[in-house]
Design a protein around this ligand. Structure first.
Ligand code: ASP
Length: 452
């Protein structure tokens, strides 16, 4: 059995959904289909999920929501028309949206979640109706039938019992169309995953039914070894390990959600990233192990939007519990961190800037100064992390030197270096404005003359 997931651009219009039907039909093993909400039809289009966020925001402000609601219904109407489905499905969608907008607004986050999820939920119903209309027996299955997730305030993830609950889907005779992006708590409250989270749903389903393969259909032929918008004609990755993919998707490789790897990784289900617009292209396979290629580096990624909290205190190395107390201050602000490079008397905590506000920054700085009696404490913004990834790196000496030399030629100062003990990745913290130049320099160093 194959579980496939189709992303937003793959289900953005009637024409795209026809391609989806052809792909599903062409292989009878494709029995479970997870779908996103309709995404962008062209560069300047708006995703249905974003339209729904506008709708939810208007509803929370008690504004007139008719206009926003109609825009969403019209998107579905255009799809239904193009697929020659009768309009009852659009009435169902309009009614569903109205019910959601009337829902409980006490917790704004949950209210927005319930409206945001309407994109995938209704799209799954529509696609199941379309499959049936063209003679492909299909059934919409709601995440209510087993995709249980945790409660607030933590970020949403599937509870272990979700896998057992969903396992019986493996016996399905019809094609199952399952909406991506959300699940329900034990108390029946809807919660969405992160943006791009339909990848996670597909992965949970693939793990639950122990699929032979998880196919993730998107709008590119494969994963590239570096961002093609920055590096000219980067090498295509044919095969990559879970660990490599995880490291790359952490910093900028948005083609596959980083949280989506865990469920399939645990069971060992291979993933194939493929293109709905070019389904015969082999795509990129994500596998547990792969044979070593001649090249030590598999990919180079870069992501901006990092901040660093720098703390120094004389004799920090002898102070029992200093690190724990520092991290406790961040935990109290509900902030997660990425790296903690340290020296004898100083430590930096690197985190995503989107967690920092003027208020919490002020609180953190004053607590570190007053409670930990630090000599110096500073919060600095505007950093990028550049990540060089490859399972084969551990068998190569001099890699860090080559990377540092390539970076130095751009004139950038390396603010931080971090090599995990697995040696699968090497991370450099640099100032944001050098990001693209560094990516190009590193690509030149590790790939340009070595197309294997
Ligand atoms: N529709 C959601 C989003 O735009 C989830 C997804 O497409 O994976 O983020």
């Amino acid at each position: 059995m194959i579980v496939c997931k189709f992303g937003g651009t793959s289900v953005a219009s009637a024409e795209q959904i026809q391609k989806v039907a052809n792909i599903v039909k062409s292989n009878p093993a494709r029995k479970i289909v997870a779908v996103s909400a309709p995404g962008k039809r062209s560069g300047d289009d708006i995703k249905v999920t974003d339209l729904l966020i506008n709708l939810a925001t208007a509803a929370l402000k008690n504004e007139d929501i008719e206009g926003e609601l109609q825009i969403v219904v019209n998107r579905f109407m255009a799809i239904a028309d193009g697929l020659q489905l009768d309009h009852t499905i659009c009435d169902v969608i309009a009614k569903d949206l109205r019910e959601r907008v009337q829902g409980n607004k006490t917790n704004e986050e949950l209210f927005i979640d319930s409206i945001k999820a309407a994109g995938e939920d209704n799209n799954a119903k529509l696609i199941a109706a379309y499959f049936n209309s063209i003679g492909m027996p299909a059934r919409y299955v709601s995440p209510k039938e087993g995709l249980v997730v945790n409660d607030l305030p933590e970020r949403t993830y599937a509870l272990p019992e979700a896998y057992a609950n969903l396992a019986p889907l493996k016996h399905t005779k019809e094609i199952i169309v399952f909406p991506g992006f959300f699940g329900y708590t034990e108390a029946g409250i809807l919660r969405t995953f992160d943006r791009g989270g339909s990848d996670i749903t597909g992965s949970i389903l693939a793990a639950a039914v122990e699929a032979e393969l998880y196919e993730n259909f998107t709008d590119v032929d494969c994963v590239f070894s570096a961002n093609p918008k920055v590096v000219n004609d980067p090498v295509e990755i044919k095969e990559i390990t879970y660990r490599e993919m995880r490291e790359l998707s952490y910093a900028g490789f948005s083609v596959f959600h980083d949280e989506a790897l865990m469920p399939v990784y645990k069971i060992g289900v291979p993933v194939n990233i493929k293109n709905t617009n070019n389904p015969t292209a082999p795509g990129t396979r994500i596998v547990p192990r792969r044979p070593a290629t001649g090249r030590p580096v598999t990919g180079i990624s870069a992501d901006s939007g990092f901040s660093t909290l720098y703390v120094s205190k004389y004799l920090m190395n002898r102070e029992v519990g200093f690190g724990r107390k520092l991290l406790q201050i961040l935990e109290d602000e509900n902030i997660s961190y990425e790296h903690t490079p340290s020296g004898l008397d100083d430590i930096s905590v690197i985190m995503r800037s989107n967690q920092i506000t003027l208020e919490n920054e002020e609180r953190i700085l004053s607590r570190v100064k007053n409670e930990l009696l630090a000599d110096d404490v500073q919060m600095r913004h505007g950093f990028s992390m550049i990540v060089i990834v490859g399972e084969n790196m551990r068998n190569n000496t001099g890699l860090a030197a080559r990377a540092a030399t390539a970076i130095s030629k751009t004139g950038a100062n390396i603010e931080m270096i971090n090599q995990g003990s697995s040696e699968v990745s090497l991370v450099f913290g640099v100032q944001q404005e050098f990001e693209n130049q560094i990516l190009q320099a590193l690509y030149e160093e590790f790939f340009a003359h070595a197309r294997v």
